[in-house]
Design a protein. Structure first.
Length: 264
């Protein structure tokens, strides 16, 4: 190791000429330079400003992620319901029978209780291939002895059956009257069916879409119609956003039963 020699301070003057020996690389800073080094960090105001910006950007990112997830969940729910409808239509045509698709919305915290936040769907069919209801003269309930459960009960969380205005999903060209919108109270008919078909009932379905052996769709115990619509809106549990703009409309053609999903 090499050393540098510096003049001694006045404290050593009385001992004569002397010097302080320091290792090479260790330099003494003047008071002015030391002050400059100390003042080179962030001030408190600058630090708080940076933290505020980070917090704002983080909150924006979280909101964006929540919105993206909600939109993705709605798309998945739409595809699931479209799949159920197509399954019921295909079964009716392949088996030369009638099928019924029931919709029920419940409070997810209280299964079986009507509310908002979870859509329940059940498919049943006529065991003997006959229409179990009379058009224009609905019966109180489809007879359990003549029904077959086609698929397992389906529950879709964070979803609301909504009556949609024309502006909500402008991509669709026709909006059916409330009588043919599943979410409307007027869509429900006096005829219902239960789940399970036998035993203690957990659900009573009154909002029912019927498919005949030709694949045509209509409201149960009703005459053929041009369109039936299922309006959908995402929820957070049993809460619906006050200014939600994310909707989906599933339309079923009365003749042929073709199913199409529309998004804004």
């Amino acid at each position: 190791m090499s050393f540098l020699a510096y003049p001694a301070s006045s404290a050593f003057a009385r001992f004569g000429k002397a010097s302080v020996i320091l290792p090479r690389g260790l330099l003494l800073r003047s008071p002015a330079r030391a002050k400059a080094v100390q003042s080179s960090g962030f001030s408190l105001v600058e630090l708080l400003t940076v933290l505020t910006i980070i917090a704002i950007l983080t909150s924006i990112a979280i909101v964006s992620l929540v919105g993206t997830k909600s939109s993705r969940d709605l798309a998945n729910a739409s595809y699931s319901i479209q799949g159920v409808l197509e399954q019921a239509r295909t079964f009716a045509m392949a088996s030369s029978t009638y099928t019924w698709v029931g919709f029920f919305e419940e409070d997810p915290a209280n299964p079986g209780t009507a509310g908002i936040g979870q859509v329940v769907i059940s498919i049943v069919s006529s065991a003997n291939g006959m229409n179990l209801d009379t058009v224009g003269s609905p019966i109180p309930q489809l007879p359990a002895a003549s029904l077959t459960q086609v698929a397992k009960l389906l529950k879709i969380p964070n979803l609301h059956l909504a009556v949609l205005s024309a502006a909500a999903v402008p991509t669709r060209t026709t909006v059916p009257p409330a009588t043919y919108q599943v979410a409307s109270t007027s869509f429900a008919n006096t005829t219902n069916f239960l789940y399970p078909i036998t035993g203690t009932a957990q659900y009573t379905f009154t909002k029912i879409i019927q498919f005949n052996p030709q694949g045509d769709a209509t409201r149960i115990a009703d005459y053929p119609t041009q369109l039936i619509e299922i309006g959908l809106q995402p929820t957070h549990g049993n809460s619906i956003g006050a200014t939600g703009t994310d909707f989906a409309a599933i339309q079923i053609a009365g003749i042929g039963g073709q199913v199409i999903t529309y998004r804004p």
